[in-house]
Design a protein around this ligand. Structure first.
Ligand SMILES: CC(C)(COP(=O)(O)OP(=O)(O)OC[C@H]1O[C@@H](n2cnc3c(N)ncnc32)[C@H](O)[C@@H]1OP(=O)(O)O)[C@@H](O)C(=O)NCCC(=O)NCCS
Length: 135
């Protein structure tokens, strides 16, 4: 399995939906609302993908100031490729691409907490004001 990790400047809504729909996050993002997904991609200024040949098998969608902090809004690996190190390498690639001045932060889904601990991320308390409209 040869997988490449790279910053993605033009990820399409169809590509994002294709990846997320093959993970447990399929019901946690508005995959049926392409315009909102496009807005999520347009507003995210740092996206890293894992590609096997041309096919995207994982992604990290982040928002960063490229100076201090990056917030990762989604990390997702398609179900056929989970447990193979792709998620860890996506985080490592994002951190390497951002460089030593940038911290990487995210809110973990409960079922993924063990993963973030396993790859050595430090756990803090997160606070969140939820959106009212999830459509
Ligand atoms: C969570 C997710 C990103 C992990 O990616 P992955 O490619 O499957 O994980 P990796 O293969 O890189 O795992 C790296 C290590 O973490 C461990 N790990 C993976 N998922 C884990 C989990 N949910 N809980 C505890 N440990 C986990 C692996 O066993 C591996 O350990 P090892 O080094 O001892 O072999 C992926 O499973 C996924 O997309 N899940 C569905 C969507 C999701 O929950 N995303 C996170 C949103 S916050």
């Amino acid at each position: 399995m040869s997988i490449t990790y790279q910053q993605e400047l033009t990820l399409t809504a169809a590509e994002y939906i294709s990846v997320l729909s093959r993970t447990t996050m399929r019901d946690k993002r508005p995959l049926g609302n392409t315009a909102r997904i496009q807005g999520m991609l347009d507003g995210a200024n740092f996206i890293v993908t894992a590609r096997e040949s041309d096919a995207i098998v994982g992604l990290a969608r982040c928002i960063t100031d490229f100076s201090w902090i990056a917030y990762c809004a989604e990390l997702a690996v398609v179900e056929t490729h989970q447990g193979l190190g792709v998620g860890q390498k996506l985080i490592e690639a994002a951190k390497a691409l951002l460089g030593p001045q940038i911290g990487l932060s995210l809110i973990a889904e409960p079922e993924a907490e063990g993963f973030y601990r396993r790859i050595g991320m430090q756990q803090y308390a997160a606070f969140f004001l939820d959106r009212e409209d999830r459509s």
